[in-house]
Design a protein around this ligand. Structure first.
Ligand code: MN
Length: 204
């Protein structure tokens, strides 16, 4: 089995009261694990693909045989996105970014509050299941975007810096239909030093 569930970098209850322990447990042990199991099943018999990193598989989906392309897109995307997402969060997150990413957000979006407003609107506008992202393009320009389902920015040549899962499975137990409350709560659990690392990696 080429892909395995990465260790969650904190306890299930670490993000309470903003994200509850039961949601974290189910999200990680059921949803994320299922994406990995389905990805591994799809790659059975494709030994060359099994040697690839998840980033390489998703960077050019045209390289994936058509028979398994949609499965790899959905479940490989699910694996990549969730691995990325867990790292963005932490217990006792700071409420505002500092460092290079703090400066870059202000330069690109005006103020941090304006950035949040635009990000929240994008997350709220996702119809059905998907993600909101802060990405950098090839020229290092920051932009806010969304992807449907488990599509990932790296398949579009974009580098994710931060992203928010707005599938109902990410919030329904605690917030039911109140996606805006979940979105607002999420800003309390952000691991800004990790987001800074993501930004610096992109800008290298
Ligand atoms: Mn999810």
């Amino acid at each position: 089995m080429p892909f395995t569930l990465p260790e969650l970098p904190y306890a299930y209850d670490a993000l309470e009261p903003y994200i509850d322990a039961k949601t974290m447990e189910i999200h990680y042990t059921k949803h994320h694990a299922a994406y990995i199991a389905k990805l591994n099943a799809a790659l059975e018999g494709h030994s060359a693909l099994q040697q690839q990193t998840i980033d390489a598989l998703l960077t050019d989906l045209n390289y994936i045989p058509e028979a398994i392309r949609t499965t790899v897109r959905n479940n490989g995307g699910g694996h990549f996105n969730h691995t990325f997402f867990w790292q963005l969060m932490c217990k006792n997150g700071e409420t505002e970014p500092r460092g290079h990413i703090g400066a870059a957000i202000k330069q690109s979006f005006g103020t941090f509050a304006q950035f949040q407003e635009q990000f929240n609107a994008t997350a709220q506008a996702v119809f059905g299941s998907g993600w909101a992202w802060l990405v950098a393009d090839k020229n290092g320009i920051l932009k806010i975007m969304s992807t449907p389902n488990q599509d990932t920015p790296i398949s579009q040549g974009l580098k994710p810096i931060m992203g928010l899962d707005v599938w109902e499975h990410a919030y329904y137990l605690m917030y039911q239909n109140r996606r805006p409350d979940y979105i607002n709560a999420w800003w309390h659990v952000l691991n800004w030093p990790q987001i800074e690392n993501n930004y610096n990696d992109v800008m290298e």
